[in-house]
Design a protein around this ligand. Structure first.
Ligand code: PLP
Length: 362
């Protein structure tokens, strides 16, 4: 296997894939795969409940929060958040939500919320091309917001918040690209959601963590499939869930626990990202477009001094076994995603390759 820096769907831990491979044809001696049993069977119920418990242990989720395994990805939650939280706010004109605009993912969430109510942009980093996370000094919060939404890690721009916003309404976070990469104070949030395909498991499933007093604030016309309360009451099985993705996510949670949990992941993320940023900062050939205080530990965008070399860089990186370093199509350049399953050796190999490329082509 090669070192995979894909932003998502991203690398999975090799031991997890090996276990899944081993169990694929004959899971638990049942004579069929986990994909071929009922989601209501005792065997799958054990998988589902085990995954929830492991996630609760990993993130230290308080008992008054529901853990949901959802479909429709994080994008589904861009819609689900306003649908589920605007219900207590009154008419469309009275519905207000605060959003921080930090880049492309925040913007998608904002656009979706605008379809159901008023969005107040509390702060935006558009003035410097979304290269930083705005600090709380500049915020313009509304006094009647139904909730406050932000994107703790912008996967495309490589911008990560190093603090949790202090707000007086329910705090909602799209943690798709940095969940499980460090301990989080769940009790400060009203709702956390994340698409699985970066730090959790394969695509096709998303995780939601919702404080239970927020389950009764949905707009009356909310589609059933988006309603958190329906998912909570049905153990995330109101309809057939993506069982294989759920099972694999559960294996990832077990792997994370065996690695030492989110504390160990935070330490590793710090090591990996500081190795790469340190190298980039020490070079005149590579540079990072992100302000130092807001640099993501998960997604590291960087550019070469001469973009005519981009193609050769990517081709040679691939030949060296370093996959998926191309930056997002909207920003160009390079991006190395360093999620939990990317080992330190991958970053060491990347830095060695970058140094060598610079020597030969810089
Ligand atoms: N939010 C963030 C921060 C993301 O990085 C992504 C995907 O890359 C999404 C949302 C969209 O996730 P999904 O494809 O699961 O809808």
């Amino acid at each position: 296997r090669k070192f995979n820096f894909c932003a998502g769907p991203a690398a999975l831990p090799e031991p997890v894939l090996r276990q899944a491979q081993q169990e694929l044809l004959n899971w638990r001696g049942l004579g069929c795969s986990v994909m071929e049993v009922s989601h209501r069977s005792p065997e799958f119920t054990e998988v589902a409940e085990g995954a929830e418990q492991d996630l609760r242990d990993l993130l230290d989720i308080p008992a008054n929060y529901k853990v949901l395994f959802l479909q429709g990805g994080a994008t589904g939650q861009f819609s689900a958040v306003p649908w589920n939280l605007f219900g207590a706010a009154g008419s469309r004109e009275q519905r207000v939500a605060d959003y921080i605009h930090t880049g492309q993912w925040a913007e998608k969430a904002i656009k979706e919320a605008r379809r159901y109510g008023q969005v107040n942009i509390v702060a935006s980093s558009a003035d410097r091309n979304f290269s930083y996370a705005p600090g709380p000094d500049s915020w313009q919060q509304s006094d009647n917001a139904a909730y406050f939404h932000y994107t703790p890690n912008e996967t495309i721009g490589g911008v990560e918040f190093d603090y949790v916003p202090e707000v007086s309404c329910p705090l909602v976070a799209d943690m798709s690209s940095n969940i499980l990469s460090r301990p989080i104070p769940v009790e400060k949030y009203g709702m956390i959601y994340a698409g699985a395909q970066k730090n959790i498991g394969p695509s096709g499933i998303a995780v939601g963590i919702v404080r239970d007093d927020l389950l009764d604030r949905a707009l009356p016309d909310i589609p059933r499939s988006l309603r958190w309360k329906v998912a909570a009451d049905a153990g995330s099985m109101d309809n057939t869930p993506p069982t294989f993705a759920w099972y694999l996510s559960g294996l990832v949670f077990q792997w994370l626990k065996a690695q030492g949990g989110v504390e160990a992941m935070a330490e590793l993320a710090e090591k990996k990202s500081s190795l790469l940023y340190g190298f980039i900062d020490g070079s005149d050939f590579y540079s990072s477009p992100v302000e130092k205080s807001s640099r993501s530990r998960m997604n590291v965008p960087f550019v070469l001094a001469d973009d005519k070399l981009d193609k050769a860089f990517l081709q040679q990186a691939e030949e060296a076994g370093l996959l998926n370093l191309k930056g997002h199509r909207s920003v160009g350049g390079m991006r190395a995603s360093l999620y939990n399953a990317v080992p330190l050796e991958a970053v060491e190999a990347l830095v060695a390759f970058m140094a060598d490329f610079e020597k030969r082509c810089g």
